[in-house]
Design a protein around this ligand. Structure first.
Ligand SMILES: N[C@@H](CCC(=O)N[C@@H](CS)C(=O)NCC(=O)O)C(=O)O
Length: 230
């Protein structure tokens, strides 16, 4: 019998979505343990003592696996099912590069574009849109997904653009991804969120909006702190 797989997660997290989707795409049954991040469980603190964050993957009695993209790669390698990573080492290196770009430069510029104001915001909007153009450039010609005909590692890594960003845009009153400026990326976002497997683990839009909207002031203050540390 296969060893049980458990995912420690929480509602509405784009990084938990990454791990869940990898499991679903590989066809791995799993139990989702939903964490209250305001009152972290002993289970989470025991298995992710370094960062104390979700997602955390537990596979049988093995040591816990932390960090969403590390989990996605582990799931890809440890289980049968359609590959998430490209076969070619150079292509694998490229998708790792762009996933890291997403989590660093792209995410930071999007955050500043959403939650700052004035000149700083104008600069951040330009930077965020330029970063979206770079990500868009990674979509293979004529293909629906970054992974080609199917969802792959990079689709999972940039999935925050497809579902979460639009909700943040609504709360902030700022548009970053439009059909006019990024037609291919915009179409990808539509295809991604319409995918049957993705939909099984995508948090409900209305519920997510209601959960995030009250934190607007917190988002603004995080952006101020980031700005002060530049
Ligand atoms: N780089 C991490 C980020 C993990 C992360 O920030 N998780 C959030 C949920 S979205 C969390 O657990 N926050 C709790 C905290 O910061 O105390 C990953 O990709 O897994």
């Amino acid at each position: 019998m296969s060893e049980p797989v458990k995912l420690i997660g929480c509602f509405g997290s784009p990084v938990v979505h990454r791990a869940e989707l990898a499991l679903r795409l590989k066809g791995v049954p799993y139990e989702l343990i939903t964490e209250d991040l305001n009152n972290k469980s002993e289970l989470l603190l025991k298995h992710n003592p370094v960062h104390q964050k979700v997602p955390v993957l537990l596979h049988g009695d093995r040591p816990a696996i932390c960090e969403s993209l590390v989990i996605v790669e582990y799931v890809d390698e440890a289980f049968d099912g359609p590959p998430l990573m490209p076969a070619d080492p150079l292509a694998r290196a490229a998708v790792r590069f762009w996933a890291s770009f997403m989590d660093k430069e792209c995410r930071e510029s999007m955050w500043m574009a959403l939650w700052t104001d004035g000149e700083e915001q104008a600069g951040a909007i330009s930077a965020a849109k330029a970063n979206l153009t770079l990500i868009e450039g990674q979509l293979p010609d004529g293909k629906m997904f970054f992974g080609g005909d199917t969802i792959g590692f990079l689709d999972i890594a940039v999935s925050g653009i497809a579902h979460w960003m639009e909700i943040f845009e609504e709360i902030a009153g700022v548009r970053l991804l439009t059909e006019e400026e990024h037609p291919t990326l915009y179409r990808w976002a539509r295809e991604y969120t319409a995918n049957q497997t993705v939909r099984q683990c995508l948090p409900d839009r209305g519920r997510l909006l209601a959960a995030l909207a009250p934190s607007r002031d917190i988002f603004v203050s995080i952006a101020k702190t980031m700005s002060a540390h530049k």
